[in-house]
Ligand binder design. Structure first.
Ligand code: NDP
Ligand code: CA
Length: 301
């Protein structure tokens, strides 16, 4: 495929009976840390030129511009300065919360700590508050994972957007569940009176306890599931190399949850199908991250 060819314009799947004229668009994306992409991830089929910084920055900005969301929740951001310097020129303000001890700092080529960032269109939304959380385990210990909770106002509507990236890897299911319990309890005690969307890379598939924990309170629903009747088949798909050979990893771990008491999801951005991903999987020339970006449009009930 011609790598100079831009990505196709986003297509949306809409619930036709809902009025979308006042909808707000939100994007969720683990954009893949630049340092981790070459330093720790072992993407053995991805051409190294597709992971070079200038190429990836352009592809990341292209994806963001293409989606054109009012609010953008990003994880694994270790290029905040670069993204902010460009996106603030096209109307976005932003907040960044690095992980306390980011693994991106320990790579050979490092650009700073990775963390979560929320960008929002300053002409569309008024920023009221932004809470910065370090997630705790059940025993009350701080972990290396974070969450931003931004409160916005549009017109008469106040609403909140949380952005998190839970502990990765097999064997950490219990910690992920505990981080989910910490988050949902916090949201329940502080944000239950407001519409809330929770974006993130939860690192757990829909069968993992963390998914059940998040959807157990405040009538949280997963936005893609509410339109498609099931979660997408995958939101990340990569081939990692290692001593034991190549491992193909295809999972759904990224979600946009919403409090269904207050919010309607009016459309979702269609995700690429298997044939569009290519045999080298993600990342690659067309997709700068090993995770797909999600986007939904929502309105208030
Ligand atoms: P996590 O375990 O949550 O994961 C860190 C990143 O690794 C995530 O962005 C994750 O991506 C990615 N990842 C997941 N699975 C793999 C894999 N199989 N191979 C390579 N990368 C993977 O990190 P923590 O924040 O808990 O930090 C702990 C890690 O950080 C340690 O494992 C250590 O490697 C590193 N570290 C090293 C230090 C040092 O060198 N002195 C100090 C501090 C941290 P995704 O979410 O997309 O799956
Ligand atoms: Ca990653």
């Amino acid at each position: 495929r011609d790598i100079k060819q831009p990505l196709l314009k986003c297509q949306y799947q809409t619930k036709s009976h809902l009025n979308t004229s006042k909808s707000i668009k939100i994007m969720q994306w683990n954009m893949l840390s630049q340092a981790l992409s070459t330093g720790k991830d072992s993407f053995c089929r991805c051409p190294s030129s597709a992971l070079e910084l200038p190429f990836r920055v352009l592809r990341i900005l292209e994806e963001i511009a293409n989606v054109d969301a009012d609010i953008i929740c990003l994880q694994e951001v270790d290029l905040f300065g670069i993204l902010h310097s460009v996106l603030c020129r096209i109307g976005y303000n932003a907040t960044f919360l690095p992980k306390p001890d980011s693994p991106a700092l320990y790579c050979k080529n490092t650009y700073g700590p990775d963390g979560c960032a929320i960008f929002y269109k300053r002409n569309e939304l008024e920023s009221i508050d932004c809470e910065r959380l370090i997630l705790k385990s059940l025993s009350g210990h701080f972990t290396n994972q974070v969450c931003l909770v931004a409160t916005f106002k549009r017109g008469d509507n106040l609403f909140c957007v949380a952005n998190t990236h839970l502990k990765a890897r097999k064997g950490w299911e219990v910690l992920r569940e505990e981080q989910g319990v910490f988050l949902i309890n916090h949201f329940h005690s502080k944000y239950s009176q407001l519409p809330l969307l929770i974006c993130g890379d939860f690192n757990g598939d829909p069968n993992e306890n963390v998914y059940k924990v998040i959807t157990s309170k405040m009538n949280f629903m997963s936005s893609y599931k509410s339109i498609l009747n099931s979660e997408p088949e995958f939101t990340t798909w990569k081939i990692r190399g290692g001593r034991g050979g190549e491992t193909d990893i295809r999972k759904t771990v990224d979600y946009i949850f919403y409090s269904s008491n207050y919010i309607n999801i009016t459309s979702i951005k269609k995700l690429p199908e298997e044939k569009e991903i290519g045999s080298e999987r993600l990342p690659g020339y067309h997709y700068p991250s090993d995770h797909l970006s999600l986007a939904v449009e929502f309105s208030f009930k």
